[in-house]
Design a protein around this ligand. Structure first.
Ligand code: ARG
Length: 478
């Protein structure tokens, strides 16, 4: 070594580490560089409980088809109990040759149960094993997250109900456009997150297929019972094609897509909170518990949760696109590239869970400055479309009405007078039309189904309630 770097050929026969599951084929042990680069134990330890559950079901399956005697089955199951207990109490000792969680569990089972333990891997490969572990994990996580999103939606829903008849300008192009109830605005986000729950449940369903029995890629010559094992593990079905199931990570991509969409939706709410909490908008005050200060500027109160929910959506998108790139060129069936599925998934899950909880708290505790919102709506020209609609009701074609009102808007800007004042003295408009621009009138006029006014929003709240109740029941029934 000339520069003190890592020795690239530090792989002389290494008898101490020659304890892998596959060392029988090799004359010499693995290079340290190989172990360092390929090991997945530091992150796939997170799958330990699922690996043990999968192994239990596999053992029971082997006993059912007489590939394992009852006595051997008992001793392997007892060894698995012991491994579980050692892991739970942090007494489990990992050794250098534990490449991954599957190796670690099998190695320890064999130490405990001897010859019976050496039969655990009968008819199984780490390829169907890792797919099983990850599918069980995804099912649990997607179900848990669906529950968290339902809780998140409940917060939005409660704040929407509480908002009563408060209104603000709705925006297009971030320019004041037409008035909307605050409850309508909050419910817009709530409906968005309802779609996220459905996406999480769809990803969970994609994961709900048992791979055990697929072996390395081609099933087995032994009389395995994949249907029984699938049922034992609570999967709703077994794989149809062994090659497909050991290389299929669609369920991980589906999960990351569902997570990324949640990240994007949290980001959009975050962006709104950043804007709304600025002095320029002044529509919301973030609670002290959910804001941060500045180390230098004593007056500062910053919406960091909102900003991070916006910022972290970037890594969610990265996790998804990174996995898609990993998958795209893979020939059938298992390739070690697939080990790269776990870290983006784990990170996405952790970030979204923490983000949902933080943003939920921020929304639950925020104070909405409804008088500022109303003033912003009332002072603006957000009623201009309503004046055009007034002319439409007198029989004028909308395109002509649009031109008339546009001219009136231009006049009010040129003369620096309020739109209402100019409307009041314009032919075909007058005081009746000007009355539509009085504070708080425009919002009440929005009566069409799904619109932003009090009448349709009252109905919307009921419909949202019903849809949310249905989702809550689905999630509770998982
Ligand atoms: N750590 C591996 C993964 O996550 C487990 C499967 C390894 N299989 C193999 N044939 N090397 O994909």
């Amino acid at each position: 070594m000339s520069d003190g770097g890592i020795d690239p050929v530090d792989g002389e026969p290494n008898t101490e580490s020659a304890n892998t599951l596959w060392h029988g084929r090799f004359a010499s042990g693995p290079a340290q560089a190989l172990l360092t680069y390929t090991v997945s134990l530091p992150f796939d330890r997170r799958l330990a409980a699922y690996d043990i559950a999968g192994s239990r079901a596999h053992v029971r399956g082997l006993v059912r088809v007489d590939l394992l005697t009852d006595a051997d089955g008992e001793s392997v199951l007892a060894a698995l109990d012991q491994v579980e207990e050692e892991m739970a109490s942090d007494r489990f000792v990992y050794v250098d040759s534990d490449e991954d969680i599957h190796t670690a569990v099998e190695r320890r089972v064999t130490e405990i149960a001897g010859d019976a333990g050496a039969r655990l891997h009968t008819g199984r490969s780490r390829n169907d094993q890792v797919a099983t572990d990850l599918r069980l994990f995804v099912k649990d996580q997607m179900g848990d997250l669906a529950q968290t999103v339902v809780d998140f939606i409940s917060v939005l829903h409660d704040r929407a109900v509480e908002a009563g008849d408060a209104y603000l300008p709705g925006y297009t192009h971030l320019q004041r456009a037409q008035p909307v109830l605050l409850s309508h605005h909050l419910l817009a986000h709530a409906w968005t997150f309802q779609r996220d729950v459905r996406r999480l449940l769809a990803a969970r369903d994609a994961a709900d297929v048992s791979p055990l029995g697929a072996g390395a890629l081609a099933g087995s010559t032994l009389p395995l019972d994949p249907d029984g094992v699938a049922a034992d593990l609570g999967f709703s079905r077994r794989f149809e094609n062994s090659l497909d199931v050991v290389s299929d990570r669609d369920f991980v991509a589906d999960s990351l897509y569902a997570l990324t969409m949640i990240g994007i939706h949290l980001s959009r709410i975050g962006e709104e909170f950043v804007l709304w909490s600025s002095d320029e908008f002044g529509f919301v005050i973030v609670d002290d518990g959910y804001a941060t200060g500045s180390s230098m500027m004593p007056q500062k109160k910053n919406p960091d949760i909102a900003e991070l929910s916006r910022g972290k959506s970037g890594r969610l998108i990265g996790n998804l696109t990174g996995l898609l790139a990993t998958l795209k060129g893979l020939p059938l069936a298992y390739n070690r590239d697939l080990q790269e599925d776990k870290e983006p998934l784990f990170d996405g899950i952790d970030q979204i869970r923490a983000g949902l909880i933080a943003v939920m708290g921020m929304i639950a505790t925020a104070s909405f400055r409804t008088e500022k919102m109303a003033r912003a709506a009332d002072e603006s020209t957000a009623g201009a479309t309503d004046i055009a609609d007034f002319l439409v009701r007198t029989g004028m074609p909308f395109r002509d009405a649009h031109a008339v009102v546009a001219a009136v808007v231009r006049q009010s800007l040129d003369e620096e007078r309020s739109l209402a004042a100019v409307v009041a003295e314009t032919d075909n408009l007058g005081p009746d039309a000007a009355a539509l621009l009085a504070p708080g009138v425009g919002i009440k006029l929005r009566t069409s189904p799904g619109a932003s006014g009090p009448v349709p929003v009252a109905e919307q709240i009921e419909r949202h309630d019903a849809a949310l109740a249905e989702l809550r029941t689905r999630v509770a029934g998982l």
